[in-house]
Every structure is written in structure tokens, then in C-alpha cells.
Design a protein around this ligand. Structure first.
Ligand SMILES: *[C@@H]1O[C@H](CO)[C@@H](O)[C@H](O)[C@H]1NC(C)=O
Ligand SMILES: *[C@@H]1O[C@H](CO)[C@@H](O)[C@H](O)[C@H]1NC(C)=O
Length: 183
């Protein structure tokens, strides 16, 4: 599928609901074209959650596009919902960790699909020699994206509390906060 197809898939998903109240829908042009992963994680995440893509309002589904630089990652994170991922370019390791601390992870190739159960911590790592792209769908219109590293070190949580609740050393906490510009 090319990017134009994704545009129409998005339209279709927004239309195939029992709650149709519109005669037509709009695509999300932000899902088109090249994405440059230029953040510290080497990723570029394009969210189509209802807060930025109101076509999903009230439909109980949403989408995101994940682009990875070579070696790029989506760090460990969670949502309020479950998620299904399809890899369309490259090769990644995707996984989640259950409440028994058992990690389930697998190397995915193009066309592979993986499910992440709701609220579980999960992650993706580009392990291929090229950039990678995946699309995900989540069973909530506004599922949220909570990244553990930024929750702990990029927000307003004081360094001494971050240190106590993670057992990470003060030096490493400060290093993390410097990475995120919150030191
Ligand atoms: C994502 O890619 C777009 C298009 O290249 C770019 O404008 C944007 O700055 C990138 N964002 C991140 C976080 O890499
Ligand atoms: C929990 O994890 C341990 C290993 O860490 C494993 O032996 C056990 O079977 C797991 N329990 C469940 C319910 O998955």
C-alpha cells in the first residue's frame, strides 16, 4: 500500500462505524510523505487521536503512524487501550511486559502484525539497517500515550523523588533530566 492508500484506509475506518452521522469524512494529510525522526529517541510519532483528528470523536478507535530512524526506538510506554500494530517498512523488535514482569517480544518483518493488550507497558526498536515505519490502531478515540522515561524525567517530578521511586542514581537521574532539558 502506498501513502495514498493509508489515507483512504483512515477514511474507511472513520466511516465503518454504526454511529455514522456524517455523509463523508476527511483524511489526515499528516499521515502522508516522509517523516524525519529528529528527536532524542530517533522516532517520529504522528498521532491521529480525537484531540487532533476529531473524525474519531465518539467512534472508539484511533490511529498513529510510527517512523523510526536506523536504531530509533519508541521507548517503553502505555495507553488506556489495546493496540494493534502493522509493520509496513523495515524490521523492528516489538514487545510488551505483563503485570507478572514477563516480557513478550518478537522481531517483526514487513506485513507482520502484533497486539499489545490494554495498559501493558510496551516498546518498539528498529533493529534493521534501514528506517522503519509502522501504523497502529487503538480501541479508543483518545487513548493517550504515556512514555515512562519522559513521565519520570521530562516532567515536573523533582529529581530526588524520581531517584527514590526508581532506585536510579542521582547522577543518572540528572543525566536523564539534562537529555530532556529539565535539569
Ligand atoms: C517529524 O517529521 C516531520 C516531517 O519531516 C518534521 O517536520 C517533524 O519535525 C518531525 N518530528 C520529529 C519529532 O522528529
Ligand atoms: C510469572 O513469571 C514467572 C517467571 O518470572 C513464571 O515462572 C510464571 O509462570 C509467571 N506466571 C504467570 C501467571 O504467567
Amino acid at each position: 500500500m502506498n501513502n495514498l492508500s493509508y489515507f483512504f484506509v483512515l477514511c474507511l475506518l472513520a466511516t465503518l462505524s454504526h454511529a455514522i452521522e456524517l455523509d463523508f469524512c476527511v483524511g489526515d494529510p499528516r499521515f502522508r510523505g516522509e517523516k524525519t525522526p529528529n528527536n532524542v529517541f530517533g522516532n517520529n510519532v504522528t498521532l491521529a487521536f480525537s484531540d487532533v483528528f476529531p473524525a474519531f470523536n465518539g467512534l472508539g478507535i484511533s490511529m498513529a503512524r510510527l517512523d523510526f530512524a536506523v536504531g530509533g526506538v519508541i521507548p517503553v510506554h502505555s495507553h488506556r487501550t489495546s493496540e494493534v500494530l502493522i509493520l509496513v517498512k523495515g524490521s523492528i523488535i516489538a514487545g510488551f511486559i505483563d503485570t507478572n514482569n514477563t516480557a513478550y517480544y518478537k522481531r517483526l518483518e514487513v506485513g507482520d502484525v502484533m497486539v499489545f493488550p490494554q495498559a501493558m507497558l510496551h516498546f518498539q526498536i528498529n533493529v534493521g539497517k534501514t528506517p522503519a515505519t509502522a501504523f497502529v490502531s487503538l480501541n479508543g478515540a483518545n487513548p493517550a500515550l504515556q512514555l515512562t522515561p519522559t513521565a519520570l524525567f521530562a516532567g515536573n517530578l523533582p529529581a530526588d523523588i524520581a531517584q527514590k521511586i526508581t532506585l536510579v542514581s542521582q547522577k543518572e537521574v540528572m543525566q536523564m533530566k539534562r537529555i530532556f532539558g529539565t535539569a
